[in-house]
Design a protein around this ligand. Structure first.
Ligand code: RIB
Ligand code: CA
Length: 346
């Protein structure tokens, strides 16, 4: 740990291509210290997500950041998740656009949901300590500090499982910025459902309805931030193995966007925007809302205002509906370029 005032950050990734970009954004952000990554299924099976995360951290020079294995399936699923063909096409069968990264792949140190519960407990205890005697830096088996950023960019199953196990977390966890959902635009899996919510609608419903403060970075804003081949060409020109690998991997993602969403002119930066908006919420403009998720019928997976909580004055979710795309893209280029241009020496 650095001993600086950087705020601890815990990512929760289903480590495919834009999750990898989110990881690089986090490592290139001086305001935060990435203290752990929890993995989930989604773009890949959970064990592949763990493997990809280890490999990326090694490539970028951070082999010691712990990687936790989260849940392997949705709350209502009876079998571990395996990515369907369509998902494997988007992120590549290995989740990294078919790019191979060597990996020593240490064992995951433990269970991601346990880690999350411990981190939240530690944060709460540290907040009390800070209130009573000025300490705000406890060391625990979880993320340390009075307040940490937790940013899930896959299905919300790990968070929902933690909330089910320890419901008081809805009061004690700092606001959670997550990538997922779509309020004012169509979904990207069905006309109503965005992929992360589609993968576990019940989990997203638990998270949105238990009173936890959240900030939703959904397709409303992530489809407004687009990366092009000019950017990937710049990474390739850096001449580092990380720059070349990220360029090739992201070009695969852009290929798929050119087939599925040719009007966009590049690929959406879903997961990096969530990390950026957690660190600097002024990048997005939000609408306060109490959301729920449709669980039945053709709209299953839709994030929508909860009619039963429509009149409540207090809104638990800040739904991002506008984004300062030029400012975000400038930050993205600077931060990710920094990490790819000079991976930390091991
Ligand atoms: O809908 C976009 C989201 O689904 C992103 O988090 C992407 O990585 C996939 O998980
Ligand atoms: Ca993701």
């Amino acid at each position: 740990m650095s001993g600086t005032s950087r705020r601890p950050l815990v990512l929760d990734l289903d480590t495919g291509i834009d999750d990898a970009l989110a990881l690089a954004y986090a490592l290139g952000s001086p305001e935060v210290e990435l203290v752990a990554v929890i993995c989930s299924y989604g773009n890949v099976a959970v064990d592949t997500a763990v493997r990809n995360t280890h490999a990326l951290l090694e490539l970028l020079g951070y082999p010691d950041i712990p990687v936790y294995r989260g849940t392997d399936r949705a709350l209502s699923a009876s079998a571990a998740f395996e990515p369907p063909e369509g998902v494997a096409r988007i992120h590549g069968a290995n989740g990294l656009g078919g790019q191979h990264i060597g990996c020593m792949c240490r064992r995951a140190p433990g269970d991601g949901v346990d880690f999350l519960v411990r981190s939240a407990d530690a944060g709460t205890q540290a907040s009390r300590d800070a209130h009573f005697d000025g300490k705000n830096d406890v060391k625990t088996g979880g993320a340390r500090g009075s307040s940490f950023y937790y940013v899930p960019t896959g299905p919300l199953t790990n968070l929902a499982s933690a909330l089910v196990r320890a419901p008081e977390l809805a009061r004690t966890l700092p606001r959670v910025t997550f990538m997922g959902g779509a309020l004012t635009v169509p979904g990207n899996v069905t006309p109503c459902a965005e992929a992360n919510v589609h993968n576990d609608p019940e989990a997203a419903d638990v998270v949105l309805r238990l009173g936890l403060p959240t900030r939703m970075i959904g397709l409303d804003v992530t489809h407004q931030v687009v990366l092009t081949r000019e950017d990937t060409a710049r990474w390739r020109a850096l001449g580092t193995s990380a720059g070349v690998l990220f360029a090739d991997m992201t070009d695969h993602y852009i290929d798929i966007y050119e087939q599925n969403n040719p009007h966009m002119g590049g690929c959406a930066l879903h997961d990096p925007l969530a990390v950026a908006a957690a660190i600097d919420p002024s990048l997005v403009g939000c609408l306060g809302a109490n959301l729920r998720v449709d669980l039945e019928g053709p709209t299953r997976g839709r994030t929508v205002c909860d009619p039963e909580r429509l009149r409540e004055a207090q809104k638990t979710c800040e739904v991002a509906v506008t984004v300062d795309a030029p400012r975000f893209l400038a930050e993205f280029r600077k931060r990710v370029g920094r990490v790819l241009g000079a991976p930390r020496a091991r």
